[in-house]
Design a protein around this ligand. Structure first.
Ligand code: XUL
Ligand code: CO
Length: 437
Protein backbone atom coordinates (compact mmCIF):
# COMPACT_ATOMS: atom_id res chain seq x y z
CA UNK A 1 0.00 0.00 0.00
CA UNK A 2 1.37 3.31 -1.04
CA UNK A 3 1.76 5.98 1.61
CA UNK A 4 1.87 8.84 -0.86
CA UNK A 5 -1.19 7.69 -2.74
CA UNK A 6 -2.10 9.64 -5.82
CA UNK A 7 1.47 10.81 -6.34
CA UNK A 8 3.20 8.96 -9.14
CA UNK A 9 6.86 8.78 -10.09
CA UNK A 10 8.03 12.32 -10.76
CA UNK A 11 9.05 12.74 -14.38
CA UNK A 12 10.95 15.34 -16.34
CA UNK A 13 8.45 17.28 -18.43
CA UNK A 14 10.52 20.31 -19.40
CA UNK A 15 10.48 24.03 -18.73
CA UNK A 16 7.03 24.59 -20.26
CA UNK A 17 5.23 22.02 -18.13
CA UNK A 18 2.64 23.38 -15.69
CA UNK A 19 2.40 20.10 -13.81
CA UNK A 20 3.56 20.91 -10.25
CA UNK A 21 4.56 17.28 -9.74
CA UNK A 22 7.07 17.16 -12.60
CA UNK A 23 10.66 18.26 -13.07
CA UNK A 24 11.07 21.29 -15.30
CA UNK A 25 14.90 21.28 -15.40
CA UNK A 26 16.20 18.15 -13.67
CA UNK A 27 16.58 15.68 -16.51
CA UNK A 28 18.65 12.94 -14.91
CA UNK A 29 20.12 11.42 -18.07
CA UNK A 30 20.90 14.70 -19.83
CA UNK A 31 24.65 14.98 -20.37
CA UNK A 32 26.17 18.21 -19.09
CA UNK A 33 29.92 18.85 -19.25
CA UNK A 34 30.55 15.22 -20.11
CA UNK A 35 28.54 13.63 -17.30
CA UNK A 36 24.90 12.82 -16.65
CA UNK A 37 22.99 15.30 -14.50
CA UNK A 38 22.35 12.56 -11.96
CA UNK A 39 26.12 12.00 -11.66
CA UNK A 40 26.82 15.69 -11.13
CA UNK A 41 24.00 15.91 -8.62
CA UNK A 42 23.85 12.94 -6.22
CA UNK A 43 20.85 14.17 -4.24
CA UNK A 44 20.03 12.94 -0.75
CA UNK A 45 16.96 13.06 1.48
CA UNK A 46 17.45 14.28 5.06
CA UNK A 47 15.58 11.83 7.28
CA UNK A 48 15.06 14.39 10.05
CA UNK A 49 13.35 17.17 8.13
CA UNK A 50 11.43 15.04 5.70
CA UNK A 51 10.22 12.14 7.82
CA UNK A 52 10.43 13.39 11.43
CA UNK A 53 9.87 17.15 11.68
CA UNK A 54 6.25 18.12 11.25
CA UNK A 55 6.21 21.85 11.81
CA UNK A 56 6.61 22.30 15.56
CA UNK A 57 8.32 25.60 16.31
CA UNK A 58 8.87 27.71 19.42
CA UNK A 59 5.34 29.04 19.20
CA UNK A 60 3.20 26.19 17.99
CA UNK A 61 2.79 22.47 17.47
CA UNK A 62 2.90 20.22 14.42
CA UNK A 63 0.98 21.25 11.34
CA UNK A 64 1.91 18.27 9.16
CA UNK A 65 0.66 14.73 9.66
CA UNK A 66 3.68 12.42 9.60
CA UNK A 67 2.49 9.41 11.54
CA UNK A 68 2.36 7.48 8.23
CA UNK A 69 -0.36 5.28 9.73
CA UNK A 70 1.51 4.29 12.93
CA UNK A 71 1.63 5.52 16.52
CA UNK A 72 4.42 8.03 16.90
CA UNK A 73 7.32 7.07 19.15
CA UNK A 74 7.00 3.34 18.42
CA UNK A 75 9.14 0.99 16.34
CA UNK A 76 6.11 0.57 14.04
CA UNK A 77 6.34 4.28 13.38
CA UNK A 78 10.10 4.01 12.82
CA UNK A 79 9.39 1.34 10.19
CA UNK A 80 6.56 3.36 8.67
CA UNK A 81 9.05 6.20 8.24
CA UNK A 82 11.38 3.82 6.40
CA UNK A 83 8.50 2.78 4.14
CA UNK A 84 7.55 6.42 3.56
CA UNK A 85 11.13 7.51 2.99
CA UNK A 86 11.90 4.82 0.45
CA UNK A 87 8.66 5.40 -1.43
CA UNK A 88 9.42 9.13 -1.43
CA UNK A 89 12.99 8.71 -2.68
CA UNK A 90 11.97 6.19 -5.29
CA UNK A 91 9.23 8.41 -6.68
CA UNK A 92 11.64 11.33 -6.95
CA UNK A 93 14.60 9.32 -8.22
CA UNK A 94 16.71 10.31 -5.20
CA UNK A 95 19.53 7.84 -4.68
CA UNK A 96 20.76 8.72 -1.19
CA UNK A 97 19.60 9.43 2.34
CA UNK A 98 21.23 10.93 5.45
CA UNK A 99 20.25 10.24 9.04
CA UNK A 100 20.95 10.87 12.72
CA UNK A 101 20.70 7.87 15.04
CA UNK A 102 17.58 9.22 16.75
CA UNK A 103 15.87 10.04 13.45
CA UNK A 104 15.54 6.38 12.62
CA UNK A 105 14.45 5.03 16.05
CA UNK A 106 12.82 6.50 19.14
CA UNK A 107 15.51 6.92 21.78
CA UNK A 108 15.08 4.76 24.90
CA UNK A 109 16.24 5.70 28.41
CA UNK A 110 18.81 2.91 28.30
CA UNK A 111 21.36 3.13 25.47
CA UNK A 112 21.47 -0.68 25.23
CA UNK A 113 17.80 -0.63 24.23
CA UNK A 114 18.34 2.27 21.80
CA UNK A 115 21.16 0.29 20.22
CA UNK A 116 18.98 -2.80 19.94
CA UNK A 117 16.39 -0.69 18.15
CA UNK A 118 19.08 0.65 15.84
CA UNK A 119 20.06 -2.93 14.96
CA UNK A 120 16.43 -3.78 14.24
CA UNK A 121 15.75 -0.72 12.07
CA UNK A 122 19.00 -1.01 10.16
CA UNK A 123 18.09 -4.63 9.29
CA UNK A 124 14.76 -3.29 8.06
CA UNK A 125 16.42 -0.53 6.02
CA UNK A 126 18.92 -3.00 4.53
CA UNK A 127 16.04 -5.22 3.47
CA UNK A 128 14.38 -2.22 1.77
CA UNK A 129 17.59 -1.28 -0.01
CA UNK A 130 17.71 -4.67 -1.73
CA UNK A 131 16.95 -4.27 -5.42
CA UNK A 132 16.58 -0.51 -5.10
CA UNK A 133 19.09 2.05 -6.23
CA UNK A 134 19.00 3.85 -2.89
CA UNK A 135 22.06 4.17 -0.66
CA UNK A 136 23.22 5.88 2.50
CA UNK A 137 25.15 9.10 1.88
CA UNK A 138 26.10 9.72 5.50
CA UNK A 139 25.13 9.00 9.04
CA UNK A 140 25.66 10.91 12.24
CA UNK A 141 24.85 10.89 15.94
CA UNK A 142 22.48 13.48 17.38
CA UNK A 143 24.52 14.85 20.26
CA UNK A 144 22.58 18.06 20.75
CA UNK A 145 18.89 17.36 21.46
CA UNK A 146 19.00 15.32 24.65
CA UNK A 147 19.41 17.46 27.81
CA UNK A 148 22.56 15.50 28.75
CA UNK A 149 24.31 17.40 25.95
CA UNK A 150 23.37 20.85 27.23
CA UNK A 151 27.07 21.64 27.77
CA UNK A 152 28.22 19.89 24.62
CA UNK A 153 29.23 16.34 23.66
CA UNK A 154 32.96 16.31 22.90
CA UNK A 155 33.16 19.69 24.64
CA UNK A 156 31.17 18.71 27.72
CA UNK A 157 32.45 19.35 31.24
CA UNK A 158 31.20 15.87 32.28
CA UNK A 159 33.32 12.79 31.66
CA UNK A 160 30.18 10.63 31.94
CA UNK A 161 28.45 12.60 29.18
CA UNK A 162 31.64 12.31 27.11
CA UNK A 163 31.40 8.49 27.44
CA UNK A 164 27.81 8.68 26.32
CA UNK A 165 28.76 10.76 23.29
CA UNK A 166 31.49 8.24 22.45
CA UNK A 167 28.97 5.40 22.70
CA UNK A 168 26.60 7.18 20.34
CA UNK A 169 29.34 7.91 17.80
CA UNK A 170 30.46 4.28 17.96
CA UNK A 171 26.97 2.95 17.29
CA UNK A 172 26.19 5.56 14.62
CA UNK A 173 29.40 4.50 12.87
CA UNK A 174 28.38 0.84 13.13
CA UNK A 175 25.03 1.59 11.52
CA UNK A 176 26.52 3.89 8.86
CA UNK A 177 28.99 1.17 7.87
CA UNK A 178 26.27 -1.49 7.95
CA UNK A 179 24.21 0.62 5.53
CA UNK A 180 27.22 1.22 3.27
CA UNK A 181 27.36 4.95 4.05
CA UNK A 182 29.87 7.02 2.09
CA UNK A 183 30.49 9.46 4.92
CA UNK A 184 30.14 10.22 8.60
CA UNK A 185 29.28 13.74 9.78
CA UNK A 186 30.20 15.70 12.87
CA UNK A 187 28.01 18.74 13.18
CA UNK A 188 29.03 20.30 16.49
CA UNK A 189 25.54 21.30 17.53
CA UNK A 190 26.46 22.19 21.08
CA UNK A 191 30.23 22.19 20.69
CA UNK A 192 30.72 25.81 21.61
CA UNK A 193 30.00 28.13 24.47
CA UNK A 194 27.70 30.78 25.86
CA UNK A 195 30.24 32.60 28.05
CA UNK A 196 34.00 32.46 28.48
CA UNK A 197 33.40 32.94 32.21
CA UNK A 198 32.67 29.22 32.60
CA UNK A 199 34.55 27.81 29.61
CA UNK A 200 38.06 26.42 29.04
CA UNK A 201 38.20 26.69 25.26
CA UNK A 202 41.53 24.87 24.78
CA UNK A 203 40.44 22.00 27.03
CA UNK A 204 37.16 21.62 25.16
CA UNK A 205 38.77 21.73 21.72
CA UNK A 206 41.31 19.08 22.72
CA UNK A 207 38.51 16.83 23.91
CA UNK A 208 36.54 17.30 20.68
CA UNK A 209 39.64 16.46 18.63
CA UNK A 210 40.22 13.38 20.76
CA UNK A 211 36.66 12.17 20.20
CA UNK A 212 37.17 12.62 16.47
CA UNK A 213 40.51 10.80 16.58
CA UNK A 214 38.89 7.86 18.37
CA UNK A 215 36.05 7.89 15.82
CA UNK A 216 38.57 7.68 12.97
CA UNK A 217 40.44 4.84 14.68
CA UNK A 218 37.25 2.92 15.37
CA UNK A 219 35.73 3.64 11.95
CA UNK A 220 38.81 2.42 10.12
CA UNK A 221 38.95 -0.67 12.36
CA UNK A 222 35.45 -1.72 11.28
CA UNK A 223 36.16 -1.15 7.59
CA UNK A 224 34.85 2.38 7.06
CA UNK A 225 36.74 3.72 4.05
CA UNK A 226 34.67 6.85 3.45
CA UNK A 227 35.20 10.42 4.57
CA UNK A 228 34.56 11.93 7.94
CA UNK A 229 33.08 15.39 7.65
CA UNK A 230 32.91 18.45 9.81
CA UNK A 231 29.84 20.55 9.06
CA UNK A 232 30.76 24.11 10.06
CA UNK A 233 28.21 26.47 11.56
CA UNK A 234 29.03 29.67 13.47
CA UNK A 235 26.13 29.88 15.91
CA UNK A 236 22.78 28.37 16.85
CA UNK A 237 22.13 26.65 19.10
CA UNK A 238 25.24 27.95 20.88
CA UNK A 239 26.15 31.62 20.87
CA UNK A 240 29.58 30.70 19.57
CA UNK A 241 30.31 27.36 17.93
CA UNK A 242 33.87 26.14 17.51
CA UNK A 243 33.45 25.01 13.88
CA UNK A 244 32.65 28.58 12.87
CA UNK A 245 33.27 28.20 9.13
CA UNK A 246 35.31 26.13 6.69
CA UNK A 247 38.55 28.04 7.33
CA UNK A 248 38.24 27.59 11.09
CA UNK A 249 37.34 23.90 10.85
CA UNK A 250 40.20 23.19 8.42
CA UNK A 251 42.68 24.92 10.74
CA UNK A 252 41.37 22.84 13.65
CA UNK A 253 41.70 19.59 11.69
CA UNK A 254 45.25 20.40 10.64
CA UNK A 255 46.30 21.41 14.14
CA UNK A 256 45.09 18.11 15.56
CA UNK A 257 46.36 15.97 12.65
CA UNK A 258 42.89 14.94 11.49
CA UNK A 259 43.03 16.50 8.02
CA UNK A 260 43.76 13.25 6.16
CA UNK A 261 40.53 11.62 7.28
CA UNK A 262 38.18 14.60 7.28
CA UNK A 263 36.60 16.84 4.68
CA UNK A 264 33.97 19.56 4.87
CA UNK A 265 30.22 19.18 4.62
CA UNK A 266 29.26 22.72 3.64
CA UNK A 267 25.73 23.90 4.34
CA UNK A 268 24.58 27.01 2.47
CA UNK A 269 22.63 28.51 5.35
CA UNK A 270 25.52 27.92 7.77
CA UNK A 271 27.93 29.76 5.47
CA UNK A 272 25.63 32.77 5.28
CA UNK A 273 25.20 32.77 9.07
CA UNK A 274 29.00 33.00 9.27
CA UNK A 275 28.89 36.15 7.15
CA UNK A 276 30.09 34.37 4.01
CA UNK A 277 28.49 33.44 0.75
CA UNK A 278 27.83 29.73 0.19
CA UNK A 279 30.37 29.75 -2.64
CA UNK A 280 33.02 31.27 -0.36
CA UNK A 281 32.97 28.30 1.99
CA UNK A 282 32.89 25.91 -0.97
CA UNK A 283 35.97 27.61 -2.46
CA UNK A 284 37.88 27.58 0.83
CA UNK A 285 37.13 23.87 1.20
CA UNK A 286 38.05 23.11 -2.40
CA UNK A 287 41.40 24.90 -2.42
CA UNK A 288 42.34 22.96 0.71
CA UNK A 289 41.36 19.65 -0.92
CA UNK A 290 38.52 19.28 1.55
CA UNK A 291 35.33 19.80 -0.42
CA UNK A 292 33.43 16.67 0.56
CA UNK A 293 29.70 17.09 0.64
CA UNK A 294 26.97 19.72 0.65
CA UNK A 295 23.90 20.36 2.78
CA UNK A 296 21.75 22.00 0.14
CA UNK A 297 19.41 24.63 1.49
CA UNK A 298 19.15 28.38 1.74
CA UNK A 299 18.63 30.93 4.47
CA UNK A 300 16.75 34.19 4.61
CA UNK A 301 18.88 37.33 4.53
CA UNK A 302 16.35 39.10 6.75
CA UNK A 303 16.51 36.49 9.50
CA UNK A 304 19.50 35.77 11.70
CA UNK A 305 18.97 32.06 12.17
CA UNK A 306 19.08 28.81 10.25
CA UNK A 307 15.79 28.73 8.33
CA UNK A 308 16.72 25.63 6.28
CA UNK A 309 14.67 26.59 3.25
CA UNK A 310 14.61 24.60 0.05
CA UNK A 311 17.03 26.07 -2.50
CA UNK A 312 15.28 28.53 -4.80
CA UNK A 313 18.00 31.08 -5.49
CA UNK A 314 19.30 30.17 -8.93
CA UNK A 315 22.22 32.64 -8.84
CA UNK A 316 23.54 30.99 -5.67
CA UNK A 317 23.00 27.51 -7.09
CA UNK A 318 24.89 28.63 -10.20
CA UNK A 319 27.86 29.90 -8.18
CA UNK A 320 27.76 26.69 -6.13
CA UNK A 321 27.80 24.49 -9.21
CA UNK A 322 30.68 26.48 -10.70
CA UNK A 323 32.68 25.72 -7.55
CA UNK A 324 31.67 22.06 -7.53
CA UNK A 325 32.38 21.49 -11.22
CA UNK A 326 35.71 23.35 -11.05
CA UNK A 327 36.66 21.22 -8.04
CA UNK A 328 35.99 18.07 -10.05
CA UNK A 329 32.73 17.17 -8.24
CA UNK A 330 31.94 16.05 -4.71
CA UNK A 331 33.02 12.86 -3.00
CA UNK A 332 29.72 13.11 -1.12
CA UNK A 333 26.47 14.55 -2.43
CA UNK A 334 23.75 17.17 -2.14
CA UNK A 335 21.72 16.52 0.99
CA UNK A 336 18.57 18.60 1.23
CA UNK A 337 18.96 19.73 4.82
CA UNK A 338 15.81 21.73 4.26
CA UNK A 339 12.27 21.74 5.54
CA UNK A 340 8.91 22.77 4.21
CA UNK A 341 7.61 26.05 5.60
CA UNK A 342 5.21 25.37 8.46
CA UNK A 343 2.07 26.22 6.48
CA UNK A 344 3.16 23.86 3.65
CA UNK A 345 1.93 20.78 5.46
CA UNK A 346 0.64 18.39 2.78
CA UNK A 347 2.30 15.39 1.12
CA UNK A 348 2.21 17.31 -2.18
CA UNK A 349 4.20 20.09 -0.47
CA UNK A 350 6.90 17.57 0.50
CA UNK A 351 7.27 16.49 -3.12
CA UNK A 352 7.09 20.00 -4.52
CA UNK A 353 9.82 21.15 -2.13
CA UNK A 354 12.20 18.47 -3.40
CA UNK A 355 11.24 19.18 -7.00
CA UNK A 356 12.04 22.86 -6.38
CA UNK A 357 15.41 22.02 -4.83
CA UNK A 358 16.38 19.53 -7.54
CA UNK A 359 15.30 21.86 -10.34
CA UNK A 360 17.19 24.76 -8.75
CA UNK A 361 20.43 22.77 -8.71
CA UNK A 362 19.79 21.48 -12.22
CA UNK A 363 19.47 25.10 -13.35
CA UNK A 364 22.64 25.92 -11.43
CA UNK A 365 24.46 23.14 -13.28
CA UNK A 366 23.14 24.19 -16.69
CA UNK A 367 24.17 27.77 -15.95
CA UNK A 368 27.61 26.71 -14.78
CA UNK A 369 28.02 24.85 -18.06
CA UNK A 370 27.11 28.02 -20.01
CA UNK A 371 29.54 30.16 -18.01
CA UNK A 372 32.36 27.66 -18.42
CA UNK A 373 31.72 27.27 -22.15
CA UNK A 374 31.54 31.04 -22.60
CA UNK A 375 34.97 31.24 -21.01
CA UNK A 376 35.12 35.01 -20.47
CA UNK A 377 35.04 34.87 -16.66
CA UNK A 378 37.87 32.34 -16.42
CA UNK A 379 39.89 34.18 -19.06
CA UNK A 380 39.51 37.49 -17.22
CA UNK A 381 40.72 35.89 -14.01
CA UNK A 382 43.73 34.45 -15.80
CA UNK A 383 44.62 37.78 -17.38
CA UNK A 384 44.23 39.53 -14.04
CA UNK A 385 47.26 37.71 -12.64
CA UNK A 386 49.28 37.80 -15.87
CA UNK A 387 52.04 39.93 -14.35
CA UNK A 388 53.09 36.84 -12.41
CA UNK A 389 53.62 34.79 -15.55
CA UNK A 390 56.99 36.21 -16.56
CA UNK A 391 59.84 38.35 -15.28
CA UNK A 392 59.94 39.15 -11.60
CA UNK A 393 56.33 37.95 -11.13
CA UNK A 394 57.36 34.48 -12.26
CA UNK A 395 60.35 34.57 -9.91
CA UNK A 396 58.02 35.43 -7.01
CA UNK A 397 55.76 32.50 -7.84
CA UNK A 398 58.76 30.19 -8.03
CA UNK A 399 59.96 31.42 -4.64
CA UNK A 400 63.31 32.38 -6.14
CA UNK A 401 63.53 35.93 -4.87
CA UNK A 402 64.13 37.88 -1.70
CA UNK A 403 62.74 40.96 0.00
CA UNK A 404 66.00 42.76 -0.85
CA UNK A 405 65.68 42.06 -4.57
CA UNK A 406 62.01 43.12 -4.63
CA UNK A 407 62.77 46.26 -2.65
CA UNK A 408 65.54 47.17 -5.11
CA UNK A 409 63.07 46.79 -8.03
CA UNK A 410 60.57 49.02 -6.20
CA UNK A 411 63.27 51.63 -5.62
CA UNK A 412 64.00 51.73 -9.35
CA UNK A 413 60.42 51.99 -10.57
CA UNK A 414 59.10 54.90 -8.55
CA UNK A 415 55.30 54.50 -8.11
CA UNK A 416 53.89 51.30 -9.69
CA UNK A 417 51.13 51.66 -12.29
CA UNK A 418 47.61 51.00 -10.96
CA UNK A 419 46.96 47.23 -10.99
CA UNK A 420 44.11 47.23 -13.55
CA UNK A 421 40.35 47.42 -13.13
CA UNK A 422 38.63 44.61 -11.22
CA UNK A 423 35.70 45.00 -13.64
CA UNK A 424 33.14 43.53 -11.25
CA UNK A 425 30.17 45.20 -12.96
CA UNK A 426 31.40 44.05 -16.35
CA UNK A 427 31.71 40.47 -15.10
CA UNK A 428 28.27 40.55 -13.50
CA UNK A 429 26.83 41.81 -16.77
CA UNK A 430 28.58 38.95 -18.59
CA UNK A 431 26.94 36.47 -16.23
CA UNK A 432 23.49 37.96 -16.90
CA UNK A 433 24.09 37.95 -20.63
CA UNK A 434 25.23 34.33 -20.56
CA UNK A 435 22.28 33.25 -18.41
CA UNK A 436 19.52 35.24 -20.04
CA UNK A 437 20.84 36.37 -23.41
C1 XUL B 1 21.87 21.75 11.90
C2 XUL B 1 22.29 20.84 10.82
C3 XUL B 1 22.30 19.39 11.13
C4 XUL B 1 23.42 18.64 10.50
C5 XUL B 1 23.53 17.21 10.94
O1 XUL B 1 21.94 23.09 11.58
O2 XUL B 1 22.58 21.28 9.73
O3 XUL B 1 21.07 18.87 10.74
O4 XUL B 1 23.32 18.67 9.12
O5 XUL B 1 23.61 17.05 12.29
CO1 CO C 1 23.14 20.42 7.97
Amino acid sequence: MAIFEGIDTIKFEGAKSTNPLAFKFYDKDRVVLGKKMSEHLPFAMAWWHNLCAAGTDMFGRDTAEKSFGAVKGTMEHAKAKVDAGFEFMQKLGIEYFCFHDVDIVPEADDIKETNRRLDEISDYILEKMKGMNIKCLWGTANMFSNPRFMNGAGSTNSADVYCFAAAQVKKALDITVKLGGKGYVFWGGREGYETLLNTDVKFEQENIANLMRMAVEYGRSIGFTGDFYIEPKPKEPMKHQYDFDAATAIGFLRYYGLDKDFKMNIEANHATLAGHTFEHDLRISAINGMLGSIDANQGDYLLGWDTDEFPFDVYTATMCMLEVVNAGGLTGGFNFDAKNRRPSYTFEDMFEAYILGMDTFALGLLNAEKIINDGRIEEFKKQRYASFESGIGKKIREKKTTLEELAAIADEMGAPALPGSGKQEHLEAVINQVLFG
